[in-house]
Design a binder for this molecule. Structure first.
Ligand code: PRP
Ligand code: URA
Length: 226
């Protein structure tokens, strides 16, 4: 553990005041999170819940998308409506657990492109190691929704944001199911423009850098591996 639970509690109070951290406190998300955390929840249900939570988080992360006026002819009359004004999106999962959030976002934004960043966290050093990286060719023109259920030390997401900045991406929004205070603070400090959307800010990291109380290993629970 790099900081004490007490230091983590103080950091939590601080980051919750940061306007670039968006806590999704919607009752539906909180309800689904409670089931997701339960160690008895099955692999099938876990996978479904991660997908659903991703969709809800997507609503919040796209709240400021600009609209344009359109006229639509209903069976009754012409109607003044609004549609998204040409915003292009890429969903960028961090392999492997991030894959569990992709379909929820594609339910919301079916035309989005998908890029992949393959990272794993070394269990000894906790440092991220990259094994794959492929983005859509026009990724720099797109709003990138980076998805990973777990933000623990923040090492993986700091690395992912660096790759996207190197590819000239301007608008990066991170969507996580759970985050630990020190990891969230690290990502916010590492990049002055990134926004983070999260279902809950948990308490601290344990000696294995797992989130407490957390939900265990998200990748293993999504894919049924141990
Ligand atoms: C988990 C998780 C994040 C990372 C978070 O992935 O999905 O990517 O750890 O940890 P960090 O914030 O300390 O970097 P893991 O490395 O276990 O790989 P997996 O998704 O393949 O299971
Ligand atoms: N990765 C996970 O899947 N869970 C944690 O608690 C930390 C990293």
């Amino acid at each position: 553990m790099s900081i004490t639970p007490e230091e983590s509690a103080a950091l939590k109070t601080k980051i919750l005041q940061n306007p670039r951290l968006h806590l999704i406190d919607h009752p539906m998300v909180q309800h689904k999170l409670a089931i997701l955390r339960d160690k008895e929840t099955s692999c099938k249900q876990f996978r479904e819940l991660v997908r659903e939570i991703a969709l809800f988080e997507g609503y919040e992360a796209t709240r400021d998308f600009p609209l344009r006026d359109v006229k639509v002819e209903t069976p009754i009359a012409w109607s003044d409506c609004q549609m998204i004004a040409g915003k292009k999106v890429a969903v960028i999962p961090i392999l492997r657990a991030g894959l569990g959030m992709v379909d929820g976002l594609l339910d919301l934004i079916p035309a989005a492109r998908v890029g992949h960043i393959g990272l794993y966290r070394d269990p000894m050093t906790r440092e991220p190691h990259t094994y794959y990286c492929k983005f859509p060719p026009d990724v720099d023109q797109r709003t990138c929704l980076v998805v990973d259920p777990m933000l623990a030390t923040g090492g993986s997401l700091v690395a992912a944001v660096e790759y996207l900045r190197q590819a000239n991406v301007k608008d990066i929004r991170i969507l996580c199911v759970l985050g630990a205070p020190e990891g969230i603070a690290r990502v916010l400090d590492a990049d002055p423009d990134v926004n983070i959307y999260v279902g809950a800010v948990d308490e601290y990291l344990n000696e294995r850098a797992y989130i407490v109380p957390g939900l265990g290993d998200a990748g293993d629970r999504i894919f049924g591996t141990v």
